[in-house]
Design a protein around this ligand. Structure first.
Ligand code: PEP
Length: 248
């Protein structure tokens, strides 16, 4: 059985003091549920959150990583550095990184492979831009991103990856995909996984939806059969909104 994951993506928001205040507030609101919860924070807030959430079951994730083990790569952070802090998750291939920081399908693939050498669970983001959807190319684009990202990754390792379907036109725009659109695309991703591996593997992989998820639309989206949770940007910055989404 797949246990849904609801993960917050703080993007480049919150100082350490603000992260600590969030954690204190959030811990008061959080009770064990049927879903897993996590916050993906800026690098400098990770240690604060790992300490604050120790023993609570709330996971902590990074938003990016570099695929090389170590070396002269100024400004980058390695998988081992994340592992040392005790990070549980790491977002890979978020559309903002693809758009502003030259993230490619090839670098996404290398980052996944590096993370899968450890226990850190990658959250692989895929999704089409508006023009691609308007041209009716969303399934081709998204399944192409999934195939490229998973190239050369064994079934055993692929099972540990969480995939977030995030239509780029719905991220931070207030425009949510309808539950049917989101469900169809998550089903398309599962179909791609079945083709790449088999139905046993594809059945095990968590596929989230992301894009303007908020307390008002969380239940409709997450009640769709193919959707196993959400990646939540804006609404994860507020403990009371995020907890409402988790308790959908
Ligand atoms: C995101 O950052 O992954 C995201 C889905 O953002 P938002 O919820 O703000 O659209």
């Amino acid at each position: 059985m797949r246990i849904p994951l609801i993960a917050g993506n703080w993007k480049m928001y919150k100082t350490s003091a603000e992260a600590a205040a969030f954690a204190e507030e959030f811990k008061k609101l959080y009770h064990d549920t049927d879903v897993r919860a996590a916050i993906c924070a800026p690098y400098t807030q990770l240690e604060t959150l790992v300490k604050a959430f120790a023993g609570t079951g709330i996971g902590v994730g990074a938003q990016n990583v570099y695929f090389e083990k170590e070396g002269a790569f100024t400004g980058e952070i390695s998988v081992d550095m994340l592992k040392e802090i005790g990070v549980d998750y790491c977002i890979v291939g978020h559309s903002e990184r693809r758009q502003y920081f030259n993230e490619t399908d090839q670098s996404v693939n290398r980052k996944l492979k590096a993370l899968l050498e450890t226990e850190i669970c990658p959250i692989l983001c895929v999704g089409e831009v508006l023009e691609e959807r308007e041209a009716g190319r969303e399934t081709e684009i998204v399944s192409g991103q999934v195939r490229a990202a998973l190239d050369g990754i064994s079934a055993e390792k692929a099972e540990r990856i969480v995939i977030a379907y995030e239509p780029v036109w719905a991220i931070g725009t207030g425009k949510t995909a309808t539950p049917e659109q989101a469900g169809e695309m998550c089903a398309c991703i599962r179909q791609t996984l079945e083709t790449l591996y088999d139905d046993v593997v594809s059945d095990k992989i968590i596929i989230q939806y992301g894009g303007s998820v908020k307390p008002e639309n969380a239940a409709d989206i997450m009640n769709m059969e193919e959707i196993d949770g959400a990646l939540v940007g804006g609404a994860s910055l507020d403990p009371s909104k995020f907890i409402e989404i988790i308790n959908f």
